[in-house]
Design a protein around this ligand. Structure first.
Ligand code: ZN
Length: 302
């Protein structure tokens, strides 16, 4: 079964993670723009970050046979820096039209401040202008209130709910999201928030419609293999293969394909790997023998 991790911050991860994910069946991912742990102080650092998400990181994933997509935004935490946020909002239109950008995100709330709400609202309008889906982060503290306010803001702006993915859900927020037309994602972490067993229980209770899982792995304590691990527990727990395939493959594709920037036929075939390639003169190799894999199913198709 092909797996999709629709929320993972690969910029913070190593080539070991790419290799392990590919070996576990992950063939595509979405990397949302987010906070880097330490607040950025210049708009220009966002410009280079956005450029790396559509450039170098996309190349790096391809070197391990993984298709890389991204979402761009100013995240809720850094939105509280008024001048920085304004600068990034002005920068975003130059990047939102690029190949591989499949949503505006992560937007949403962190401390649920009025300034966060202004920046969130401005980015809902950017998603509308660029006809993109919207990826909404929900806060770690006060998650229920942050989720309710996010859903209300989407509704106030009359943004199409089927183009909204509310992320990092738990038992308390999932029913709120499913009551709307929005999609619901769940980040599976080690030892906190949502874990594999709790996710299995949620699928048994709520089914698989509009339900997505991801690892949300980043620079913190997290696990880049949580999508394959959760899929394995779902299988062992008697959830049907069809339902699992919806959650770990068809649903994230259906959601992000609304960007018009995913080639569905291409996604069904495994990507070639050619580690002889360079990106602006750089390789992921350090003198190792380049791996070159041409997929047989592609030859059959041609
Ligand atoms: Zn994230």
């Amino acid at each position: 079964m092909k797996l999709f991790d629709p929320h993972i911050h690969m910029t913070s991860r190593t080539t070991d993670d790419y290799q392990a994910m590919a070996a576990a069946g992950v063939v595509a991912l979405v990397e949302p723009a987010f906070w880097l742990g330490q607040p950025r102080t210049h708009v220009g650092t966002f410009e280079d970050y956005f450029a790396s998400l559509i450039g170098w990181e996309r190349f790096r994933a391809s070197q391990f046979g993984i298709r890389h997509f991204c979402t761009l935004a100013i995240n809720p935490k850094e939105a509280n820096d008024v001048l920085l946020a304004q600068g990034v909002l002005e920068l975003l239109p130059r990047y939102l039209g690029k190949d591989g950008v499949v949503a505006v995100g992560e937007v949403g709330f962190d401390d649920i401040t009025p300034q966060e709400e202004r920046v969130f609202a401005a980015q809902i309008e950017l998603a509308r202008d660029f006809e993109l889906p919207l990826l909404v982060h929900t806060p770690h503290r006060d998650k229920k209130r942050g989720t309710e306010r996010s859903l209300a803001l989407v509704r106030e702006h009359k943004f199409p709910e089927e183009r909204v993915l509310i992320d990092h859900n738990n038992e308390e927020t999932l029913p709120l999201v499913l009551d709307t037309g929005c999609w619901a994602a769940h980040s599976i972490y080690p030892n906190t928030k949502m874990d594999e067993a709790r996710m299995v229980a949620l699928v048994k209770e709520y089914g698989h419609q509009r339900i997505i899982i991801n690892s949300a792995a980043d620079w913190g304590v997290s696990d880049a293999l949580k999508v394959p691990k959760t899929a394995a527990l779902m299988k062992a727990s008697g959830i049907s293969a069809e339902a699992i395939e919806m959650i770990v493959w068809r649903n994230p594709i259906e959601f992000f394909a609304q960007s018009g920037r995913m080639d569905l036929a291409e996604l069904e075939s495994l990507p070639d790997i050619d580690q002889r390639q360079l990106f602006e003169g750089s390789s992921v190799l350090r003198g190792q023998v380049p791996l070159v894999v041409e997929r047989a199913d592609k030859e059959k198709a041609s």
